[in-house]
Design a protein around this ligand. Sequence first.
Ligand code: SAH
Length: 346
Amino acid sequence: MNKLLNELGTRPFSAAEYADIVRLYTPETAAALAARADAVRRTHYGNAIFIRGLIEIGNICKNNCLYCGIRRDNAACDRYRLTDEQILACCEEGYALGFRTFVLQGGEDSAFSDARLCALIAAIKAAHPDCAVTLSLGERSHDSYAALRQAGADRYLLRHETADATHYAALHPADMSFDNRMACLQDLRALGYQVGCGFMVGSPEQTAETLGKDLKFIEEFQPEMCGIGPFIPHAATVFADQPAGDVGLTCYLLSVIRLICPRVLLPATTALGTLAEDGRERGIRAGANVVMPNLSPPDVRGKYELYNHKLSTGAESAQQVADLAKRLAAIDYVVVTDRGDYKKEG
Ligand code: SAH
């Protein structure tokens, strides 16, 4: 195999070398890297697949990200906000189904104030002391992140979206800042969260160079979690007519990330499962070890529409986790009831 591919994960690469890695993608190189990534994952986590119950707490958002279906300007979006009682009921149900991590995700909505979220996190922790709470609520202030951490939040997912400032500006309106997003990730890290970054594969204007920068950033930041899924257009956005990202390239990049961050918790995302019937299994075989089934109240699932045709049924539904476990057992992986924390070195 190519020398650069062989050296992947054995030494730091430059962004230009990572861009070359991206250009080397073929079905053959993808298969070879997937085998290596699977072996690396097995050394650290065996064949365990960690599950997270994803609760989409609201789709009201002050931001206007050009790719996102719940962007502020989408007047056709049917907006909702869950009550604390609804969110706690989701956790209760998820606990009985075997979930030990709850992910609270939503738009940037000032109604979810620090006071409200802190009380909610404390209530979840009091009801389920053996569970981890992960937040994915976008950009907040350092003090806000500190308060939420103090209240008991363990992890925070904030995809960096792209590590190239020009590309960032092509995906976001002028009032959003690349520097602020990156600063948020540093704040979260400094506050002791397990931190997740990530990006979409095939977003408009993405190139091998911008992906090379994403991989370099990930190599240096060493996130505890990393969310990578294909871009999928939403009809009510600026990018309605853009093509979706590629499933094979997404899986290849999952393998690359597993090799450069051996212990990272890497989800096979809903977007991957939405684009290909076997997307989830392909992601896991490529090195992913997390799935995040939907634990939101069934009547709001269709409303949290980041992109068109987003799956929330079948193996994407928390209620079907037994079916998911069966599907994964068929390819020799075991869904575990465990917080599934990041394994620190040593
Ligand atoms: N408001 C939170 C949560 C965002 S939704 C935040 O800002 O972090 C979670 C992720 O969905 C986003 O980070 C983005 O990468 C992804 N996403 C949004 N629109 C998408 C689309 N059209 N296709 C694929 N993924 C998308």
